[in-house]
Design a protein. Structure first.
Length: 183
């Protein structure tokens, strides 16, 4: 090592700067390091490890009921569309059954057969003739006159039971009607 020039600053090692015992840790400081590294899992306020799981547990039942409600509403709409199509089929059958001996029974059977995905025993079919008709007032085969109107109406009970909420629309009934001119 070269001798230092007069007035030059010589860098000191840290042990020389702070004394020989300055780099030793106090037992109290070591205890703090151990305590921070080995935290107990209980009793620490402000921890957020389980908060997202708790939020999911609170929101999941509500979201599940909402999803089931949307699915049930879709099924309800499908049932209505099927009932409306079945009434249209029954009305066409009645319109073309002027000479048939059991025209109304044939039309009612056509409605229940056309609604294949609905429970046939729950479908109520009503055939009526508006008061504006000049000739037709009943469903007898000789009483069906050309150019008179007939009304075919069907009702079907709907089911809107959602888990944990029960029946959200009590007494719900789907209804569809068609007025058609007899040919």
């Amino acid at each position: 090592m070269k001798p230092a020039k007069a007035g030059a600053v010589i860098p000191l090692r840290s042990a020389e700067r702070h004394g020989s015992n300055s780099m030793k840790h106090s037992p109290r400081f070591n205890f703090r390091l151990r305590r921070l590294a080995l935290r107990p899992t209980r009793g620490l306020a402000g921890r957020e490890e389980g908060s997202s799981l708790f939020e999911l547990a609170m929101a999941l039942p509500v979201l599940a009921m909402l999803l089931v409600g949307i699915i049930k509403a879709g099924i309800l709409f499908y049932d209505y569309e099927e009932l409306a199509d079945a009434v249209a089929v029954g009305a066409r059958t009645l319109a073309t059954s002027r000479g048939v001996s059991s025209a109304c029974t044939t039309a009612q059977t056509a409605v229940t057969n056309a609604a294949a995905n609905l429970v046939a025993a729950n479908i109520t079919v009503t055939i009526s003739f508006p008061a504006t008709n000049t000739n037709t007032d009943s469903c007898s085969p000789v009483a069906l006159y050309s150019n008179d109107d007939a009304q075919v109406q069907a009702t079907y009970p709907c089911d809107m039971k959602i888990p944990f909420l029960g029946n959200v629309i009590p007494g719900c009934t789907l209804s569809s009607q068609t007025i058609i001119r007899i040919e």
